[in-house]
Design a protein around this ligand. Structure first.
Ligand code: GAL
Length: 675
């Protein structure tokens, strides 16, 4: 991946947000820039939804406002992440070309009136979008404010899957490339089942709404095709930008958490980015949003290959798009921002700079709220800008991780298809819970795929990795043999990449590694629990599983039809250990005990030993060896940690043996030793 173009010609950590001046009169725009300076903003995303303002009628351009905005921002020393303006087609375009509108599985056309109403496979749309990107690139190619290209916006956010006739054409082309012959497609899709055998690619359709479950491999391939089609759109736009401005890096904002979370296989996208960026929004109903932040940010860091990344959007307080939206105190928001910084972000940007007075997002929080500058929220904005200025030395440093949680989008798509043993197993949710359990132990974990380089990890956790390739399976086994402790949960290694079950007893891909053989799944009902012999219980899943000779049974099912069968096993493999978990602990303390067992035997040293509950800590290390601890106290009590160093936020004694972090506060410690 090209990450050499980092760090965007910024000499500090990035701070700013989406800037939508087209919504405001000029006097407000002038004030905007003055206030951005006051807050310490140094990077804004500009022009994302501005096509209809730039080109109100085909071929009629109004650039003046954008020219003036670019100039003003430059004069204020603020760099621009300039968008291709393609995220929302203008009305004249869809009126003239309704054939670019996307279509749902049931045939519903998604009409204009919102945004992102284009079908990714439409050649007409591609032509117009590329034309717009080129026009913007040519106009601003030499503008000194231009730091980064923002390609479209959250590609796939509202329409991850388009089922139109253009999509059918694109899907068939993709299938031909994947399978070569229709016989090979018939094999992979197992079309002998339910009389689905095709005699030509022209008969194949996207998995449109059918009387009952469409073919699972057809669904899985359509999800793969859709992710690839969205990526190809990015690549086409990026290539135009690169042609015009070879030295300006390109990105598009990922949504590793979000409304369409999971529909794009960002592991295949990341390598096409010059800078990896992500948007993250807290779910109001999530009682512990810091766990999701830590997981998402670790996933983004891992996608960036460990390089610093940009948090392109998050909210200062409430959003507008959840059923009930929750505001957050400035302290809470600061901790959430720091959650990303702690996991490798070098720029913290928000949606958006100034709260809109009208439109669908007028109740979305912003850096500058409706009530103006005499507000807690504005003061929090100014404060964060100051803090980031004070932390400039962190720029470019990298997070150290000794553990890995495996996560794979296509496997997740396959695991969550219909007509399965249960619809309650959500691999991502399990992955977040395992990542959080490691974090509680002070163990930092990357989030990677089975086939990635696992050499640096002494603990590898594998939650419901339903599909795994033979190479991925072997890679995990090799990591264990080399000395890692690997924990594999139920519903992992079950099917191959065509979603065909690996026969001979579950989990076919890892039976030998784990030394277990399951005969039958016993999925649990919602709210049902199965007893375990340590007095705890399991939920979601159980199974009729046997430990093979040489495998220790650490915990057994107790009571019920599986009484006495293994629920948690351990097997020595080469220099390492392979654990198998055949159910999901019902309570967090029991899950923590399982993860603790795995960590205890692994030799992994926590970033800080005996971390107080509710306190998160990571270490960022610079290329020259300097290091910082980033500490987040999510509790309402002071936290005292046995670490030495210079606190960078507020006053503190660099010679003390401990560091105290106030309730709900954050701290950054420049380390003087390794304690
Ligand atoms: C993102 C989007 C932004 C804004 C934001 C609101 O999905 O990129 O434009 O809509 O959500 O939370």
């Amino acid at each position: 991946m090209t990450t050499t173009r980092w760090p965007l010609a910024l000499d500090a950590l990035g701070f700013g947000g989406d800037y939508n001046p087209e919504q405001w009169p000029d006097e407000i725009r002038v004030e905007d820039v003055a206030l951005m300076r006051e807050a310490g903003v140094n990077l804004v995303s500009l022009g994302i939804f501005s096509w209809a303002t730039i080109e109100p009628m085909e071929g009629v351009f109004e650039w003046g406002w954008l020219d003036a905005t670019m100039d003003r921002l430059h004069a204020a020393d603020i760099r621009v992440d300039l968008a291709t303006a393609t995220a929302s087609p203008p009305p004249w375009l869809t009126a003239q070309h309704p054939e670019i509108l996307p279509v749902r599985a049931d045939g519903t056309v998604l009409w204009p009136g919102g945004r992102q109403h284009y079908r990714i496979a439409s050649p007409v749309w591609r032509r117009y979008a590329l034309g717009m990107a080129r026009r913007i690139a040519e106009r601003y190619r030499d503008h000194p404010a231009l730091a980064l290209w923002h390609v479209d916006n959250e590609i796939g956010c509202h329409v991850p899957h388009d089922f139109s006739d253009d999509a059918a054409v694109g899907f068939r082309r993709w299938l031909r490339a994947r399978y070569g012959t229709i016989d090979e497609l018939n094999r992979a899709w197992a079309t002998a089942f339910w009389s689905q055998r095709y005699s030509g690619f022209d008969q194949v359709l996207p998995p449109r709404t059918a009387p009952t479950y469409p073919n699972p491999t057809q669904q899985l391939d359509f999800a793969r095709y859709s992710s690839d089609a969205l990526l190809s759109y990015y690549v086409e736009l990026r290539d135009v930008l690169r042609e015009v401005t070879p030295d300006v890096p390109c990105t598009t904002n990922f949504m590793v958490t979000g409304p369409s979370t999971g529909a794009m296989d960002y592991a295949t996208w990341a390598g096409e980015m010059d800078v990896v960026s992500n948007d993250h929004y807290v779910q109001a109903a999530d009682p512990e949003p810091q766990a999701d932040i830590a997981f998402s940010a670790s996933l983004v860091r891992s996608l960036a290959g460990g390089a610093p990344w940009v948090l392109m959007e998050h909210a200062t307080s409430a959003v507008n798009w959840q059923p009930q939206n929750r505001s957050r105190t400035p302290e809470e928001s600061l901790r959430h921002s720091f959650g990303h910084l702690a996991h490798g972000a070098d720029a913290l940007l928000f949606f958006q700079w100034r709260a809109s007075a009208a439109g669908a997002e007028k109740y979305h929080s912003a850096m500058l709220p409706h009530a103006g500058t005499d507000t807690e929220r504005w003061r929090a904005t100014v404060r964060l800008g100051g803090i980031l200025r004070d932390l400039a030395e962190l720029r470019g440093s990298r997070v150290q991780a000794d553990a890995a949680v495996l996560f794979d989008w296509p496997s997740t798509w396959a695991a969550q298809l219909d007509s399965h043993p249960t619809n309650l197993v959500e691999p991502r949710r399990l992955a977040v819970a395992l990542h959080r359990a490691l974090g509680r132990r002070g163990v930092t974990a990357d989030v990677v795929r089975a086939g990635d380089d696992l050499a640096g990890y002494d603990v590898i956790l594998v939650p419901a990795l339903y599909v795994v390739s033979p190479e991925g399976a072997a890679n995990v086994a090799a990591a264990a043999a080399r000395g890692a402790s690997a924990l594999v949960t139920f519903f992992s290694g079950i099917a191959d990449e065509d979603d065909h079950v690996l026969l001979g007893g579950y989990p076919g891909a890892w039976r030998d590694l784990l030394g277990v053989r399951a005969e039958e799944f016993w999925a649990l009902q919602s709210g049902e629990h199965v007893g375990l012999d340590d007095g705890s219980s399991g939920q979601l899943w159980s199974e009729l599983v046997h430990a093979l000779p040489g495998t220790d049974v650490v915990r057994r099912f107790a009571g019920g039809p599986l009484d006495g069968l293994p629920a948690l096993t351990r097997r020595t493999v080469g220099k390492g250990t392979a654990w198998y978990l055949a159910t999901w602990p019902s309570d967090e303390a029991s899950l923590q005990r399982v993860v603790d067992l795995v960590v205890d035997g692994s030799g992994v040293v926590p970033v800080v030993p005996d971390l107080p509950p509710g306190v998160e800590v990571t270490r960022r290390v610079a290329a020259d060896g300097r290091s910082w601890l980033i500490i987040l106290n999510h509790t309402d009590a002071p936290a005292v940690l046995p670490v030495r160093g210079t606190p960078l936020l507020g006053a503190g004694d660099p010679n003390a043996d401990t560091v105290a972090v106030a309730p709900g506060a954050v701290q950054v410690i420049r380390q003087t030793d390794d304690r």
